[in-house]
Design a protein around this ligand. Structure first.
Ligand SMILES: Nc1ncnc2c1ncn2[C@@H]1O[C@H](COP(=O)(O)OP(=O)(O)OP(=O)(O)O)[C@@H](O)[C@H]1O
Length: 362
């Protein structure tokens, strides 16, 4: 087991900075998920921790010791990628024990370890079979078993579930989370799938444009985004972002004649008197249709639609379309009183996109 520390890590490919001044501490035994859009630098960071990519500047430390100059094989890490490469001519058992045999581990020790991972990964029935006979989910389990059998200090996983069918992915995700907790191995997991990140992580590291945007526990990432990017990347349907114009008595929703007020909509006083232009962020789960005449504002309801078991409605403010939760099974093409949950009102600096709170509004 190990604590991993990245100190001002920068990785350049020619003139391009794939990772730009990233600092992070992953605690011993922690499950950290790197999340972000394609190309933001997640895999490059992971490969650098593994020793497969050289840092341009900064340090990678395991338990307080810099490992920049250590080769991948000397780092005691195990890595599992999206596409598993098992040896096709070896049985599952031979595949799993391969890393131990390659290191000349004694037979009784190999037998003991094999029994342990077979039990943990429930692979007892598969040991005599060959990789081609196994479905992708089971092959990925074999790859994980092979990765952990030699007790790595760090487990690095790069989109390990994305090649697996949707129906098995959820099951594998659950099992993987359970296994990591059972093994207690420090784990860094890379994905661009927010559901995977939200369900697996102790903490999420959200990246964009080669930099870390936010490091938070999943709930906090959802309810307390640091900027517009974080707010909109997490959550589905995405957070609504609405322009605001300060007017006498409230904040007008941009491009409309509708004004949110302190009394009716509980817009906080600091937001009404903020010295800078703000945007309103509000998640669809915090937007409802109401029948009460004194609550909410009247806006045109555009459409209603279902995502899984949940029903949403879309509504228009000027030209822009936004979304809310429809608990009342309303009809499209009508007007509705739309209520923004006061606890769900998030304010962002219109120019920088940074979150603005009461303390920094002045
Ligand atoms: N060896 C390399 N040489 C040049 N550019 C590279 C190299 N490896 C990665 N890059 C570039 O660095 C950027 C970050 O890539 P990286 O694979 O880390 O992104 P990512 O966040 O993991 O995205 P994805 O989910 O698509 O893999 C990309 O623009 C990629 O093209």
């Amino acid at each position: 087991m190990a604590e991993i520390k990245l100190k001002n890590l920068t990785i350049e490919f020619g003139a391009f900075k794939a990772v730009d001044d990233v600092s992070l501490t992953v605690k011993d035994g922690e499950f950290v998920v790197y999340l972000g859009p394609s190309g933001c630098g997640k895999t490059t960071t992971l490969r650098c921790i593994a020793g497969l990519v050289q840092a341009t500047s900064g340090e990678v430390m395991f338990d307080g010791v810099a490992v920049n100059d250590l080769s991948a094989s000397a780092r005691n890490i195990a890595m599992v990628f999206q596409f598993v490469s098992l040896y096709p001519h070896l049985s599952i058992k031979e595949n799993i024990v391969f890393p131990l045999k390659a290191r000349g581990v004694a037979r009784p020790e190999i037998a003991r370890k094999l029994e342990w991972v077979t039990d943990v990964f429930k692979l007892g029935d598969e040991l005599g079979r060959y990789p081609s006979a196994l479905p992708p989910g089971a092959r990925q389990k074999v790859a994980l078993a092979r990765a952990v059998i030699r007790d790595p200090a760090v487990l690095l996983l790069d989109e390990p579930l994305s090649a697996i069918d949707e129906q098995f992915r959820e099951e594998m995700r659950w099992e993987l989370g359970h296994l990591q907790r059972q093994l207690g191995v420090t784990t860094i997991y890379v994905t661009h799938d927010q559901r995977e990140a939200m369900s697996l992580a102790d903490r999420i590291v959200l990246m964009n444009n080669s930099r870390i945007v936010q490091v938070s526990e999943p709930d906090r990432m959802f309810f307390d985004p640091v900027d517009v990017f974080a707010g909109q990347f997490i959550g589905s349907p995405s957070m609504n972002l609405i322009d605001l114009e300060p007017v006498a008595g409230g904040l007008r929703l941009g491009g409309s004649d509708v004004t949110l007020t302190a009394e009716r909509d509980r817009v906080p006083q600091w937001a009404l008197s903020a010295k800078r232009p703000l945007k309103l962020g509000v998640r669809p789960i915090n937007v409802h249709l109401t029948e009460e005449p004194d609550v909410g504002v009247t806006l045109p309801v555009d459409d209603v639609f279902s995502v899984g078991r949940e029903r949403f409605f879309s509504f228009r403010i000027g030209e822009a379309i936004h979304q809310g939760v429809d608990k009342r099974r309303s009809r499209a093409g009508s007007e509705g009183r739309v209520h923004f949950d006061p606890d769900g009102l998030l304010f962002f600096d219109a120019a920088t996109g940074r979150r603005v709170n009461a303390e920094d509004a002045a």
